[in-house]
Write a protein that binds this ligand. Structure first.
Ligand code: AMP
Ligand code: GLY
Length: 425
């Protein structure tokens, strides 16, 4: 099969690595890709926002399957346009991608289908939103309705902070994404990511993971796209796993089907494990980044038949096998991220780092120039490792990091601390 992968992050490097291992693959392309992906795929500088260009490329290269990594092309309807051109693509349609593209859409779906989530209201003007937060009090969560590159959520500890967030969003702080705002009950508990593969009718669980969204150790500093992850998380016990499938994932798939917009692709549930059980606080319609990196290390089965079965509505009798060993990834980012940072700084020692047992390095924002790897983004590398325990995977990943020479980069030193603590007891 000829496959085109869309994206350029660590998630896509992990997907490219996994797809490249499939015996079904003839050739893999990636648009636009990065220096690490270039080892697994031919990278092509397509403008993926121009769907006609992507369709033309697929026709010219006899592409049998397109795999879409990030949410922006999904929300823009790339899967619909490819399907209309007779090209199979893995991922949700534009309307199904509203599960990520509109927080209000998801909250309304939860209400209609009795999916556990925080209480909420939707607002299209600041005055009503301000009156609501003053009546509710803090802590409270203010969310821009639309896609805001992972930055559209303010967890307000005080009413003042909530008021400021409302003002900022309605003044256009997130552009059109903030024209509508959802105000949601603050949920307390442990936060986990749960992934399921869906074909419009059936959902099969992939795995659980825990992301680390804050930039600094001890969960301090601003939110980022994710500074590290590990899978599986011990906090998703078999009982909680079953509750998440039965109360959150399956009713969502059934609800979307009932609404006439079946969901095909990866459903990524952001779940808070509260005292009243698991509650959904957000959906994404794609693999998480960096969670995908650890999921790919743990997946034993060939991923290509899984993509095909999900796209073709054939997941019913499908089975995926996993390595039981945990996997962990630490993100190395350019100093200054998630604020301003320099590009073009030199990274050395990657080959020495990958020699450590169980270690795999996925590139996020890199380019290669004259045989040298240069940083080309905020999140730059994912140093991943498997191990018999999370503790061992963590030791291996940090040993690898210590061999990487990149003075302009940094990472968190405490990825998976909660699981490591749990393994001690
Ligand atoms: P998001 O950008 O949607 O991933 O949300 C950013 C972060 O906000 C999440 O990772 C959660 O930690 C937090 N969050 C979102 N909704 C809630 C909520 N209802 N209660 C508490 N925290 C939340
Ligand atoms: N790791 C968070 C995300 O992919 O949205």
């Amino acid at each position: 099969m000829n496959i085109l992968l869309i994206g350029s992050g660590g998630r896509e490097h992990a997907l490219a690595w996994k797809i490249a291992a499939s015996p079904l693959l003839t050739k893999l392309w990636c648009a636009p890709g990065n220096a690490g992906i270039a080892r697994e795929a031919e990278c092509v500088a397509l403008d993926v926002a121009d769907h006609a260009v992507v369709i033309e490329f697929c026709r010219r290269n006899s592409i049998d399957l397109v795999v879409v990594g990030p949410e922006i092309p999904l929300a823009a309807g790339i899967v619909d346009d490819l399907a209309a051109a007779g090209i199979k693509a893995f991922g949700p349609s534009r309307l199904a991608a509203q599960l990520e593209g509109s927080k209000g859409f998801t909250k309304d779906l939860c209400r209609e289908f009795d999916i556990p989530t925080g209480a909420y209201r939707r607002f299209d003007n600041a005055d009503d939103a301000l009156a609501y937060v003053r009546a509710q009090g803090a802590p409270i969560v203010v969310k821009a309705d639309g896609l805001a590159a992972g930055k559209g959520v303010v967890v307000a500890k005080t009413v003042g902070e909530a008021e400021a967030a409302i003002a900022m969003m309605f003044e256009g702080g997130f552009g059109a994404a903030g024209a509508e705002v959802v105000i949601e009950e603050f949920l307390s508990g442990r936060e986990i990511s749960f992934f399921a593969l869906c074909d419009g009718e059936t959902a099969i669980p992939l795995a659980s993971a825990q992301d680390h969204k804050r930039v600094f150790d001890h969960d301090e500093g601003p939110n980022t796209g994710g500074m590290g992850a590990y899978s599986p998380t011990p906090f998703v016990t078999p009982e909680i796993h079953d509750q998440i499938m039965a109360r959150i994932i399956l009713p969502t798939v059934a609800g979307m089907k009932q609404r006439g917009i079946p969901f095909r692709g990866v459903l990524y549930a952001g779940v808070m494990l509260t005292e009243q059980g698991p509650k959904l606080f957000e959906y994404n319609v794609r693999f998480g980044d960096p969670e995908c990196q650890v999921l790919m290390l743990r997946m034993m089965s060939d991923i290509v038949p899984a993509f095909l079965a999900a796209s073709d509505g054939q997941l019913k009798n499908f089975d995926l096998r996993w390595f039981p060993e945990p996997a962990l990834t630490v993100v190395m980012a350019a100093k200054g991220y998630p604020g301003d940072y320099k590009k073009g700084t030199r990274i050395e020692g990657l080959d020495e780092a990958t020699q450590i047992e169980g270690v795999e390095i996925f590139h996020a924002g890199t380019v290669e120039k004259d045989g040298v790897i240069l940083a080309n983004g905020g999140r730059v590398l994912n140093v991943c490792a498997s191990g018999r325990t999370v503790t061992e995977a963590k030791q291996r990943a940090y040993e690898a990091i210590d061999r990487i020479r990149w003075p302009d980069g940094f990472c968190r030193r405490d990825i998976a601390w909660q699981a490591v603590e749990a393994e001690k007891s």
